[in-house]
Design a protein around this ligand. Structure first.
Ligand SMILES: [Zn+2]
Length: 253
């Protein structure tokens, strides 16, 4: 399936997910089609992350105070502190977004992909235009990150950020690189903050062709950032791009 096909069919009315309640998992009173409870597992995993990060943040608070009272350099600890605080905020946002997805009249179905056969998860619209399929790599070590990533896209779609074609994915002319960066940023929290290699390989593999529209940015900044990304790609031997720099480049917009 070409998730960036130019074809575009406007979706008709939202459809309620009333066909077969037996397959639905109840999240906050509404429905995902999620027979294996992957969303619940993700929520549980998120709770574990939150408490782990919370403990570390408290430790860092004390360590930073102590170092500073001795006139030492706390900059390294402070940057870890900042990273964890923003991860905590991101996780809270994720939980709220999952809740909103569950309350949405749009049906979302969680599908497992095998990591042996697939390199990426995806978000696709069913042929009948009624159900958004959240396809994620269910067997890999990054399964929570991958599900969090695809759910971010689901939420972006739910918010009207981009359009999708029936039987396919997002239409290219509505898809913005920032949607991918948001999804990878969230994913990285579940993967020790170090899976930015994935976004590299996406950029390199597609030679940024799929990411050539930054629809929400003013022209000058958009061109600046695109050139920066393209430069990174042309300079790179695949592994050399620092996606973090790309992300920082985006954040400067
Ligand atoms: Zn993505």
């Amino acid at each position: 399936m070409d998730r960036f096909s130019e074809a575009f069919y406007p979706l008709s009315n939202y459809q309620y997910t009333s066909n077969n309640p037996i397959f639905f998992t109840d999240i906050n009173g509404d429905y995902f089609v999620d027979p294996k409870g992957h969303i619940e597992s993700l929520i549980q995993k998120t709770g574990e992350k939150q408490s782990k990060f919370g403990k570390r943040i408290n430790e860092l608070d004390n360590e930073i105070k102590e170092i500073e009272s001795n006139g030492g350099d706390s900059s390294k600890l402070k940057s870890e502190h900042k990273k964890l605080l923003s991860a905590q905020a991101e996780l809270s946002t994720m939980l709220k977004e999952i809740e909103k997805l569950g309350e949405s009249p749009q049906a979302y179905k969680i599908n497992e992909l095998s990591s042996q056969e697939n390199h990426y998860g995806s978000l696709t619209m069913s042929d009948d235009g009624k159900t958004v399929n959240v396809n994620f790599l269910a067997t890999g070590s990054n399964r929570f990150g991958n599900l969090a990533h695809e759910l971010k896209h689901a939420f972006q779609y739910n918010s009207g950020d981009f359009s999708m074609i029936r039987g396919g994915g997002a239409t290219r002319n509505t898809f913005d690189i920032k949607f991918e960066i948001e999804a990878f940023t969230r994913e990285s929290i579940f993967n020790d903050f170090n899976n930015f290699g994935l976004i590299n390989s996406q950029f390199v593999k597609n030679k940024a062709a799929h990411y050539d529209r930054l629809i929400s940015a003013p022209d000058e900044q958009r061109i600046h950032t695109l050139n920066k990304i393209k430069l990174k790609i042309s300079e790179s031997n695949r592994s050399k791009i620092t996606p973090k720099e790309v992300v920082i480049g985006w954040e400067k917009l």
